[in-house]
Design a protein around this ligand. Structure first.
Ligand code: ADP
Ligand code: MG
Length: 270
């Protein structure tokens, strides 16, 4: 049984009966789950099922028509869409890894410190350099580089450094390894595991990479594109062995039973 809202310090966020809409249609309804401190919760489902939309609701960027998202860490009860949203407590790195191209990497990472803290410039720089190093960008020259001069993997890491700069208890990552080569992708997995293990950061991760999922996820939330709701929530190996058929299929073969146009699979020989 889940504890009553606000009574369990290990629950960072409570999502209750949330529905997601886009372009006038319902993507998902009845989403109810918690995000726990220090866990990696992977959100999976066929493309277009609403994973990115769900993240936008969880960080307060999009208001739900139905349901609630509540920040409950430390016994607080703050409506993510209310007057006191937990913006500082949630770090976000979106699918595109969007850094501001008009700023250096360092300026990008320091931006949340400027917006949300009274720290002076030397201290901001020190923290930003520290977070870049934590994210694996150890070369001091990276700080003054333009985002355009970085590889895709480095830009993802810089976006994660920026998302971490305020030491958020929760980090949301939307397909961080999309478009990266397997080695860079595996390094990102290592980073995710280290953040969870060393900093106790809770991480919500949208991914369709099976290797990554089994390497880092404590629990998997499966959004069914046809049922328009979550049909499974649990540890990845448990769901692979005894989950509903569509989630077993995905966790075994990395493909969805429904039409998946964004991540088409090569045809198997007859
Ligand atoms: N602002 C929007 N206006 C209209 N349709 C949208 C908007 N945002 C998303 N959609 C649609 O909603 C569906 C879910 O999008 P998204 O959450 O990005 O899916 P996923 O991340 O699971 O691939 C898609 O069909 C997408 O085209
Ligand atoms: Mg998406």
């Amino acid at each position: 049984m889940a504890a009553a809202p606000g009574t369990d310090k290990h629950v960072l966020m409570r999502v209750e009966n949330l529905s997601l809409h886009a372009g006038g249609r319902e993507l998902q309804h009845g989403l109810t789950f918690d995000v726990l401190a220090g866990e990696v919760l992977a959100i999976v489902g066929a493309s277009g099922c609403g994973k990115s939309t769900l993240l936008r609701h969880m960080i307060g960027l999009q208001k739900p028509q139905t349901g609630h998202v509540t920040w409950t860490a430390g016994g607080a009860n703050r409506d993510v869409h209310g007057d006191d949203p937990p913006h500082r407590e949630i770090g976000v790195a979106f699918q595109a890894g969007a850094l501001w191209s008009s700023m250096t990497v360092g300026e990008n990472v320091m931006l949340p410190l400027e917006l949300y803290t009274a720290l002076d410039a030397p201290r901001r720089e020190q923290l930003a350099r520290f977070k870049l190093a934590l994210a694996g960008l150890n070369d001091p020259a990276t700080f003054d580089a333009e985002p355009a001069a970085l590889s895709g993997g480095m830009r993802k890491r810089a976006a994660i450094a920026r998302a971490l700069v305020l030491d958020p208890p929760l980090l949301c990552l939307d397909e961080p390894s999309a478009g990266l080569d397997p080695l860079t992708s595996a390094r990102l997995d290592d980073l995710i595991v280290r953040l969870k293990r060393d900093l106790g950061t809770g991480i919500v991760l949208v991914t369709h990479e099976l290797d990554s999922l089994f390497a880092v996820a404590d629990r998997v939330l499966f959004l069914d594109v046809q049922a328009h709701t979550a049909t499974a929530l649990g540890p990845p190996d448990e769901l692979r062995d005894s989950g509903p058929a569509p989630v077993r299929e995905f966790l075994t073969r990395g493909k969805y039973q429904s039409h998946d146009t964004e991540h088409p699979q090569p045809k198997e020989p007859a």
